[in-house]
Each structure stands twice: as structure tokens, then as C-alpha cells.
Design a protein around this ligand. Structure first.
Ligand SMILES: [Zn+2]
Length: 176
């Protein structure tokens, strides 16, 4: 990787030398480029999610571990989940979509989507679990996502009028 290479080169240069200063700048430039790319990626992803879906349900806090997609995980660890959610929020408003935020305390992982059974605890590293009640084998993240989606739609229907941004048509125009 370019960054690691630049960092190694920087470390090898003599303290206080001109070359070391140059190498340090190079490392900083690569860092900045990576941050830009990640920000871009989150912008593109949030725009796509909003354009392709009428209603999106998100948990207000994603445990780092829950983000399986490597690229997404890295980008989010840089920017922060709450910032990603705020990107989704303003784009939802812009395009006339519904964004339902689910409280981070909702036990989305511990609840069995199929039968509603609630586990007392679920270690973070347990990626797959079998429900002791109904025996269904769940992928942790997919089970959590299904719960968030279901509760989100319920919340949305219950207070839809309050959440729905009127009959506002999606505004046109480019938004990034
Ligand atoms: Zn179950």
C-alpha cells in the first residue's frame, strides 16, 4: 500500500533533514487523499441508498463490528456513523424520502426476528446464532437488519404523518 510505503520511507530519513520533511509532506498528502476518497464514498453511498429507497431505517449507532463491508467500515470509522446518518437525513429531506431512526438501545441483535425471543446477552464476536426458542439459525447482522427494518416500518406507520414530508415530490437537481 502506498501509505505504508511512504511511512516507511519517512521513518528511514534522517531527523531534521530536508528529505525527511519532504517525506512527511508526502505521508500527509496520502492521508488527505484517503480521507477524501472515504468521504466521497459515503456521499455516493448515501445518495444511492436514498434514491433507491422510499423508506430507510437506520440504527442511530452502529457498533463498528456490525459494519461488515470492509470499505464501508473503514469509511465510517473515519467519518463516524452519526455523520453518515446526517448525510442520509439531509438527502432524505431533499429527495422526499423517509428516514426512520431507531434508538441505539433497541435490542436489534438480541431479538430473534422469526419468533421474537430475546436473548439476555449476545457477545459481539458471535456472528451466527441459533435461537433457543425456535431453532432458526441467524446471521447476526442480517437478523439485526430485519428487526431494524420491521420496527422502523412500524414506527413509520404509527407516526407516518409526522415523519412524512408532506406530498413533496423529490426535488430535482444534482445533490452530492
Ligand atoms: Zn426464534
Amino acid at each position: 500500500m502506498k501509505l505504508a510505503k511512504a511511512q516507511r520511507r519517512h521513518a528511514r530519513k534522517q531527523q531534521g533533514s530536508k528529505n525527511r520533511a519532504k517525506a512527511r509532506k508526502k505521508v500527509a498528502r496520502i492521508h488527505a487523499r484517503i480521507a477524501d476518497r472515504r468521504r466521497d464514498f459515503l456521499h455516493q453511498l448515501s445518495t444511492r441508498l436514498i434514491r433507491e429507497n422510499q423508506t430507510i431505517c437506520v440504527e442511530t449507532l452502529a457498533v463498528k463490528n456490525m459494519v461488515k463491508n470492509h470499505r464501508l467500515a473503514k469509511a465510517i470509522s473515519n467519518v463516524g456513523w452519526s455523520e453518515f446518518v446526517s448525510l442520509l437525513s439531509y438527502k432524505a429531506a431533499w429527495y422526499g424520502r423517509n428516514l426512520v431512526k431507531i434508538d441505539k438501545w433497541y435490542p436489534s441483535s438480541k431479538r430473534c426476528f422469526d419468533c421474537g425471543h430475546m436473548l439476555d446477552s449476545l457477545p459481539l464476536d458471535m456472528r451466527v446464532r441459533t435461537c433457543p426458542e425456535c431453532g432458526v439459525v441467524h446471521d447476526r447482522d442480517i437478523n439485526a437488519a430485519k428487526n431494524i427494518h420491521a420496527v422502523g416500518l412500524t414506527v413509520f406507520e404509527a407516526c407516518g404523518e409526522a415523519v412524512r414530508p408532506g406530498r413533496a415530490k423529490a426535488r430535482s437537481g444534482k445533490l452530492r
